[in-house]
Design a protein around this ligand. Structure first.
Ligand SMILES: Cc1cc2nc3c(=O)[nH]c(=O)nc-3n(C[C@H](O)[C@H](O)[C@H](O)COP(=O)(O)OP(=O)(O)OC[C@H]3O[C@@H](n4cnc5c(N)ncnc54)[C@H](O)[C@@H]3O)c2cc1C
Length: 302
């Protein structure tokens, strides 16, 4: 079946929007990425289940994106069905110190919402621009805390549309890793246990965290946050800076002058530009330190 016919067939069954050949550059913070064959934004769990069953029947590969803030999508785009959880699934429930958020809720939005309710624990998340679903997959963190410290359980769906439940211990959270990263599942709901705190103190801490970022990170250009993971006991930014890489440029991709672990899109950068720059940094760091810098960003498509 051609793409238009597939989109029409899926549209008959779901409520969410389906786009054909959607430029992924519109959905990544790097503003890079070729077309997704079919791009679907589910509005609720039922929509998601139907789309997954449809993809299974039509033998379409499935790719999930949240806020696209940790992704490099190749210029060739993504074949099959891309499910954009960041566009729907936005319910939040607060019950005492227990908080439940659907996967599409933006993490900074949730951090502000719980802060306003006098709940402490998500102050670290205020400047991490992605969805709660993406953050739990990545075990996103900053300022000495991460998702694994506050998540109690996760509800997910497998590619056949069956619900799965994971407790914190099942998820094996470590630095920028949760077990979910290696499973073919879609995170749909995340449960948190937070602590009572003073609203003003929580907000002041969040402000402080944001100020720290504005000072250190290149907010003026599209980027995807830290490109490489920190090696144990060291900082990737410090290491990259030490080989003089700040300002290195391939095409329109440049190592930020402000923070060496950020690659910025000066406007019109391709995934090939970014990949060439990543490769150059890895080779030069290896030459000098015999150390392999592992990417934190995820590469999709092609
Ligand atoms: C300016 C800037 C600053 C940043 N600072 C930080 C920081 O301080 N700390 C940090 O940890 N990260 C940081 N990041 C990186 C990024 O924001 C986080 O990794 C974020 O948690 C990714 O969430 P996302 O929704 O954008 O995920 P995406 O980038 O869309 O996806 C990331 C991965 O998660 C998967 N995924 C997303 N949603 C789901 C879902 N519902 N179910 C299953 N799989 C899913 C995707 O398939 C992909 O493998 C920063 C990024 C930027 C641009």
């Amino acid at each position: 079946m051609n793409l238009i016919k597939l989109a029409q067939a899926l549209k008959k069954e779901v409520k969410g929007i389906i786009k054909v050949s959607e430029a992924m550059s519109r959905h990544t913070t790097w503003r890079i990425g070729g077309p997704a064959d079919l791009f679907f934004t589910p509005v609720d769990w039922m929509d998601l289940e139907i789309a997954l069953k449809f993809a299974s029947l039509e033998k379409l590969p499935v790719t999930i994106i949240g806020g696209g803030s940790n992704l490099l999508v190749r210029d060739e785009g993504i074949r099959g069905l891309v499910i954009h959880t960041g566009g729907g699934l936005k319910k939040i429930k607060i019950n005492g110190e227990e908080v439940i958020a659907e996967a599409g809720v933006k993490l900074p939005f949730l951090a502000n919402r719980v802060a306003a309710s006098g709940l402490s624990g998500l102050e670290f998340a205020t400047g991490i621009p992605g969805t709660v679903g993406g953050a739990v997959i990545m075990n996103a963190g900053a300022h000495g805390s991460s998702m694994g410290d506050v998540v109690t359980s996760v509800v997910a769906m497998d590619l056949q549309g069956r619900l799965l439940y994971f407790n914190n211990e099942d998820l094996e959270f470590t630095y920028r890793f949760s077990k979910l990263k290696n499973l073919d599942v879609i995170v749909i709901e995340i449960h948190f246990k937070l602590r009572r705190g003073d609203v003003l103190e929580i907000k002041a801490q969040m402000e402080k965290n944001l100020e720290f970022r504005k000072d250190k990170q290149p907010w003026e250009y599209p980027n995807a946050g830290s490109v490489f993971k920190n090696p144990p006991g060291d900082s990737a930014g410090r290491i990259i800076d030490s080989i003089g890489a700040k300002g290195w440029q391939v095409g329109k991709a440049k190592v930020s002058d402000k923070h060496a672990n950020f690659i910025v899109n000066l406007g019109g950068a391709s995934s090939a530009d970014v990949l060439a720059l990543i490769d150059k940094i890895q080779k030069e760091v290896y030459k000098k330190y015999k150390l392999f810098l592992e990417p934190e960003i995820l590469i999709m498509g092609g």
